[in-house]
Design a protein around this ligand. Structure first.
Ligand SMILES: [Zn+2]
Ligand SMILES: [Zn+2]
Length: 349
């Protein structure tokens, strides 16, 4: 089979033959990857950002978002069978540590991340333990099934703050930020600000229900938001971009007593004005990592079932897996939403 492999430390990746796992282990399922989507983490690995350069050990098959058909299930797999459509939780937790055994498996002490610490799904086939597989409803489109993992990030973020009748500012309107805007809308936010520096993404944010879209490269973000909240600032600030200026602008527009939800990963350390941004404001700061296991997945499935967020609006481009370099270049430009790649067939046009 072929896979997209980070072969050596440094920028780039290669599409090359990769050994096909001979037989799934007793509790593994082997899936034919039907669709696999690109995430910001993949971009950081591809570009070899500092954070990932410290963690990733090549050679590594990249990728963690996918939907695939089970082609073989190990002998002791309990509730998955051939033909099932599954996705995978990126956070592979040990199930044994203190965090896992106290209901916090998403911050497991021995956490492995798919496509970061362990082999990923930018490949024709992928094998995973049944405990990290999610069985999809077959009525869900395959691309949606792949992109529900990042939708889960948005669900986890939106569940971390009090949204109804509150003003929110979402910094970073990529696919996850755009999904978050859709969720805030459906959860009853009174006004949603979407901030980005790429027009394409601001349009995406608008499509998903953003009320005020601000181009941070052209407009004064803080002044605009303060003016439009009568000088009070927003109740909730979501940092979804990891871009250093967003942290400062976000905390400056956060009202005293408000909640900051931090999701974006800055590629380097960011300087923080702890006194003015957090202490004097009596701010609540909540980090959001991945999804809660597995409550976020159940919630996300309900969100999809209820049609609360239309993921098809966020999925904007499709490529064959071997065209991954084109896909990454497009992603880098920011002029896209979620990009889905097809390892085993031609992408639908
Ligand atoms: Zn992801
Ligand atoms: Zn654990």
């Amino acid at each position: 089979m072929h896979a997209v492999v980070k072969t050596v430390p440094g920028p780039g990746a290669v599409y090359e033959p990769w050994p096909f796992a001979p037989k799934p282990g007793l509790r593994d399922v082997q899936v034919r990857v039907e669709a696999t989507s690109i995430c910001g983490t993949d971009m950081q690995i591809y570009d070899w950002h500092e954070l990932m350069a410290k963690r990733v050990k090549p050679p590594l098959v990249m990728g963690h978002e996918f939907a695939g058909k089970v082609v073989e299930a190990g002998k002791q797999v309990s509730d998955l069978r051939e033909g099932d459509i599954v996705s995978g939780e990126t956070h592979i937790n040990c199930g044994r540590c203190f965090q896992c055994r106290t209901g916090n498996g998403h911050v497991c002490e021995r956490m492995l991340l798919r496509g970061v610490d362990t082999g990923g799904c930018f490949a024709e086939y992928h094998t995973l333990h049944e405990s990290s597989a999610w069985l999809n409803d077959k009525r869900i489109p395959i691309e949606t099934a792949s992109a529900q993992e990042p939708l889960g990030n948005a669900v986890h973020a939106a569940s971390s703050a009090d949204i109804p009748a509150h003003t929110v500012a979402v910094f970073g309107c990529g696919p996850i930020g755009a999904c978050l805007i859709g969720l805030c809308k459906s959860f009853g936010a009174s006004k949603i600000f979407g901030i980005d520096i790429v027009e394409y993404r601001l349009n995406l944010a608008k499509k998903m229900g953003g009320d005020v879209l601000i181009d941070g490269s052209k407009e004064k973000v803080v002044d605009t938001i303060m003016k439009m909240t009568d000088g009070r600032g927003v109740d909730v600030f979501f940092e979804m971009s990891g871009a250093p200026p967003s942290f400062e602008e976000g905390f400056r527009v956060l009202r005293p007593g408000g909640t900051a939800v931090l999701f974006g990963l800055p590629s380097k350390n960011v300087e923080f004005d702890v006194a003015n941004w957090i202490v004097f404001k009596d701010a609540n700061v909540q980090g959001v990592f991945g999804r809660r296991l597995w409550s976020t997945w159940y919630k996300t499935a309900e969100v999809l079932k209820a049609g609360e967020v239309d993921l098809s609006k966020v999925i904007t481009h499709r490529f064959a897996l071997e065209e991954f370099a084109k896909a990454f270049a497009l992603m880098k430009s920011g002029r896209c939403g979620k990009i889905v790649m097809y390892p085993n067939r031609k992408p639908p046009s």
